[in-house]
Design a protein around this ligand. Structure first.
Ligand SMILES: [Zn+2]
Length: 353
């Protein structure tokens, strides 16, 4: 447990109650306020519907994370007394949004380790194609079921390391902004916050093979790390500086320019490696870690091309300004064809073509 092995972690008070075990979905019908709404995805509902009696629970199948569309959806929901989020990032974010809109108790059941969304207060919705974190939902508990997590595709589970590896590039960006005198006045550089995040990163770095294997040790390590990270934005006073930087900015740009849906960890891990190269900080080590856990960051593995990646990178400085994102290497690096080629060669050498 992070709590026991990392006494330097200071902000434990703001973390969500998190329970590990088995048959946790089967218990929900025994204690969640009835009738309740299960916010999930179509394929997951087919798998798990037998755990819920139709009299106590109804499904809401997520098809959008567009905030304006979801506001209209709220008005059409059936009467219910609690919300259960069952799924990956989209289902738990929509569950948060409904719980917040209707002021209902929330129970979260992540079915994979893909993102830290189950452990964060706000929902990452899209407005006009741009991400916006909104709402407020503290769940009664987050239930991490080992069997359920282990039944998710390994790539999806392993890709969750992006949410922790990105602290590396976030810290490099914050330091750079500090050196340049470009930190935002509300977010001056804070060495203690950086050290706290780094202790979580170091712990995950020490368990890469367990995370690759998705064994119980790997699940506890990555989910405890995401538990810290999911709440970190709020717990640092709505400051994302120590947990996010160019890593996620490249993902947002790729999503914006290609209009594609991604497994979060693939473009974010590509952003972590690209950002580490631009900063000249531990790039080889980060690429090795990404490879060892098993997150394939080749564009072709995420349904896009190197041209798409090159386009997003070369337009990144304009994109981050337009999106109002915080200052870092994305704002000032001159990205050339030569850089994109260097990135391509290193990724291809590591992962094969
Ligand atoms: Zn993320």
């Amino acid at each position: 447990m992070i709590e026991l092995t990392n006494p330097s972690i200071a902000s434990l008070g703001g973390l969500f109650p998190t329970i590990y075990g088995r048959n946790l979905i089967g218990e929900l019908a025994n204690f969640v306020h009835r009738p309740f709404l299960v916010v999930t995805m179509e394929d997951l509902w087919e798998r798990f519907a037998h755990h819920f009696d139709g009299a106590v629970a109804q499904p809401y199948l997520v098809t959008t994370i567009d905030g304006d569309e979801l506001e209209r959806e709220v008005a059409a929901l059936p009467p219910c007394n609690a919300i259960v989020g069952l799924g990956g990032g989209q289902a738990v974010d929509v569950a948060k949004f409904f719980a917040w809109s209707l002021r209902l108790p929330l129970f979260q059941v992540p079915t994979s380790m893909s993102v830290n969304a189950p452990f964060g207060h706000r929902a990452g919705l899209r407005f006009g194609g741009n991400v916006r974190y909104m709402g407020w939902a503290v769940p009664q508990a987050v239930y991490v079921d080992f069997d359920v997590i282990q039944s998710a595709p390994p790539l999806i589970n392993r890709s969750g390391v992006c949410e922790i590896f990105c602290y590396h590039t976030a810290h490099a960006d914050w330091r750079l902004a500090h050196v340049r005198g470009k930190t935002e006045s509300k977010w001056p550089f804070d060495e203690a916050l950086v050290a706290e995040a780094k202790s979580v990163l170091d712990l995950v770095m020490s368990k890469l093979d367990d995370i690759h294997a998705v064994n119980e040790e790997g699940i506890r390590t990555l989910m405890n790390a995401n538990r810290w990270g999911g709440a970190a934005f709020h717990n640092a006073g709505w400051n994302p500086r120590h947990i996010e930087g160019i890593d996620h900015f490249l993902f947002y740009a790729l999503e914006y320019y290609t209009g594609k849906k991604f497994i979060h960890g693939q473009p974010v891990c590509l952003g972590i490696y690209a950002g580490s190269l631009l900063h000249g900080e531990r790039a080889d080590e980060m690429l090795e870690a990404i490879h060892r856990v098993g997150v394939d960051i080749r564009p072709e593995a995420m349904g896009i091309s190197w041209d798409d990646v090159g386009h997003a990178l070369m337009n990144l400085s304009g994109f981050v300004r337009q999106a109002g994102l915080w200052y870092g290497i994305a704002h000032e690096a001159t990205i050339t064809d030569a850089f994109v080629n260097r990135l391509r060669e290193a990724v291809t050498e590591k992962f094969g073509s």
